[in-house]
Design a protein around this ligand. Structure first.
Ligand SMILES: Cc1cc2nc3c(=O)[nH]c(=O)nc-3n(C[C@H](O)[C@H](O)[C@H](O)COP(=O)(O)OP(=O)(O)OC[C@H]3O[C@@H](n4cnc5c(N)ncnc54)[C@H](O)[C@@H]3O)c2cc1C
Length: 308
């Protein structure tokens, strides 16, 4: 049985009692949870189509337990690579510390690592099987209280719609219309600094099922395995480096200081931690990824690492 509100515009059919704003992981998972309890939500998303971004990649053991309880764990176990340890390394890849998930007392003593677009696709596929479709290109513009519930103003393809619902579940991310409609402010602070976040297909010599944080005098780099021989690379940039274009690869090789970057004789790799590429956490597209991939290749130890 599904729960809803009588909708006079639908000849007595039930309108969804819950409107979910946003189809990121929070909105999609909330929809899965509501469906388990017999509530069929309506989900609107202002993007025209799903994104393809690699962020939010590490699903922690506690999140895996929640997915398990929701009956959703299997596709995540199949799609993700498992990270069982994270190494903290210094110059020359000297080990400073290693954190292992073994023995933490959870059912899943590892992180599942996969791009956020894949996480969202898994949740969307589950919802589609249960008959829920995401309404793309539909933006919530305002939410007001109404004697019958909440009046929500939607806009889709230049057309406006007013929709009354009992509950609005605000999953619109950081700049949420739901939060604004309640005169609430997002608490918290933004980290200082500028970072490169990239998803690249390269082969890196690294222990299996291991994430690495490598610190040097100019900053840090995070290397985290993803499915399909890809890596999430997160590197800080120098504040002063505001270049928006890549330097020529030859010039970059000339700049490269292997010892500073922590590349040992035994062969390993680090993206130079002083910032060398001109985008800030940009969404991946062919051009930026090709440029970054080519550029990263210049930082690999020849013969030890190779690009696929
Ligand atoms: C570059 C980058 C790198 C990141 N890296 C990491 C990481 O390494 N690890 C990590 O844990 N987290 C990371 N994050 C954060 C992670 O992506 C977020 O925590 C996560 O996406 C939050 O999920 P969410 O569902 O709450 O919101 P979102 O994923 O932001 O989804 C909100 C959705 O709501 C839609 N929306 C917003 N307003 C409206 C509206 N009015 N009407 C209709 N739709 C609306 C948006 O289009 C969006 O699709 C990163 C974020 C960014 C930007």
């Amino acid at each position: 049985m599904h729960i809803g509100l009588p909708d006079p515009t639908r000849n007595g059919a039930l309108a969804p009692a819950v409107l979910i704003v946003g189809s990121g992981p929070a909105g999609l998972f909330a929809a899965c949870a509501l469906l388990r309890h017999g509530v069929m939500p309506r989900i609107v998303e202002r993007l025209l189509a799903p994104h393809g971004e690699t962020r939010g990649t590490a699903l922690q053991p506690a999140v895996l337990e929640i997915l398990d309880r929701a009956g959703l764990i299997e596709p995540f176990l199949r799609a993700a690579v498992r990270i069982r340890q994270v190494q903290l390394l210094g110059p020359h890849l000297q080990e400073i510390a290693t954190a292992k998930f073994a023995g933490i007392g959870c059912k899943y003593e590892f992180q599942c690592s996969l791009p956020q677009w894949r996480t969202e696709a898994i949740l969307r596929e589950h919802l589609a099987r249960l008959g829920v479709k995401i309404e793309y290109g539909t933006e919530v513009r305002a939410i007001e209280e109404d004697p019958d519930g909440l009046r929500v103003m939607l806009e889709s393809g230049g057309r406006s719609e007013t929709f009354t619902t009992a509950y609005v579940l605000g999953a619109g991310g950081a700049h949420s219309v739901t939060r604004h409609s309640m005169q609430e402010h997002l608490e918290g602070a933004t980290y200082d600094g500028r970072f490169i976040v990239a998803d690249v297909k390269i082969r890196l010599p690294s222990p299996p099922e291991c994430g690495r944080v490598i610190v040097g005098s100019k900053g840090f780099g995070l290397l985290s395995p993803l499915p399909d021989a890809r890596w999430l690379i997160f590197v800080n940039r120098e504040e002063a480096d505001i270049r928006r274009e890549l330097p020529a690869a030859e010039a970059a090789i000339g700049d490269f200081d292997a010892a500073e970057a922590g590349v040992p004789d035994g062969g390993a790799v680090l993206v130079r931690p002083d910032g060398f590429i001109g985008f800030r956490a940009a969404p991946a597209n062919e051009a930026t990824m090709d440029a970054l991939d080519a550029h990263l290749t210049t930082y690999l130890v020849p013969g030890r690492c190779s690009r696929h």
